[in-house]
Design a binder for this molecule. Sequence first.
Ligand code: AMP
Length: 414
Amino acid sequence: MSKKFLVPRGTNDILPLEIPLWQHVEAKARDILKNYNYKEIRTPFFEETELFVRSMGQTSDVVQKQMLNLGSDLSLRPENTASVVRAYIQHSLDRKENLSKLFYIGPMFRGERPQKGRLRQFHQMGGEAIGPGTCSPYLDAEVIALSVNMLKSFGLNNFQLKINTLGSPEDKENFSGMLRKMFKSPLEGLCEDCQKRYERNVFRILDCKNKDCRAIVNAQKIDHSYLSDESHAYYAKVKEALESLGIAYEESLNLVRGLDYYTHTVFEISDASLGSQDALGAGGRYNDLVPQLGGPQVDAIGFALGVERILLAMPQDKEFVGQTPTVFVIALDETAFAEAFSLVNTLRQEGVPSDINYKVSSVKSQMRSANKSGARYVALLGEDELKNNVVTVKDMETGNQEQLELTKLIGKVK
Ligand code: AMP
């Protein structure tokens, strides 16, 4: 027996019946992104591995454990921020507009151990707002509000938004020092991974899911003393702007995000109904990434939402109808087939979605095919119809049947 191939673990086929739901979510997202003046950008699914290492940081979880390398020095994109920034620099978008608001919808790839809500190929919709001198607390609040409003437009309303600030790069250094001091004495009690994180990227201890680590983290009194006055004031404005937009948030001083590039505002949106993989999306400001990747000194902030998780959390109260032809054409005998074939062609030329049964069999069996196709109308052509230059049209919704001239048929179904 020959081998049966299955979809690779951690990836999904999205079948035609599921597509309408995906298209609904994508269309909603595009509408809202357009309202906020975001324009679509499409970058390749793979880039130089070093781009991801340099942007996310050698010590990030994604780079350490989740990159899908394509051999040579290329890797599949685990996220899209680095690629968008690469494209921004490569095409000198800073010279074309003051603030580039770019969005993307597409697959991302991470070599994770698959589980519910955690895939090796998944989809994100996200945006990046990049431009010189555009670091504004109002833009931060707007990006957060945009993420929240997208989720609301999908019918989600049980999610929770958490925000925090890492401050300027100098503040972030202070923060790192503060955490090192804090975890120095309880270091032995932390898991093996966190003991390494202490050296390499102390922030990531705050994200550890290990129970003992959680307890140690929760026992610490983290405050914002690492922030400069300026960063304090900036963050206060972000919160004020969120309030003015009516966006409910919770402040979480433990929220740091595991990637090197974040500074100032960071946020995460989660939905408890999703279980252990509860993050719907996240984002933050990354003012120094563009210069770090060889571009001009421009400010930037971005976000990404996980599409599969959105679909899991969406209320299942709406039915999405799959794509169906308007007309399904049936030839009642072999002599009528050529005419039927020409009819379906004419209908398509006229912009009427149509299909035909390619094998002339009994009316009963052909009607079954017509039914399965979901077509609203069935057009039947046989000897009588050919003789009288008409088509028999059955309305599958009402059951009514009538004979029409071809031009009338087009008028009716259009
Ligand atoms: P991250 O950059 O890891 O914060 O990812 C942003 C969002 O993408 C997350 O909040 C999830 O909704 C989604 N996401 C990330 N990794 C995966 C994955 N392996 N499988 C499914 N969704 C994911």
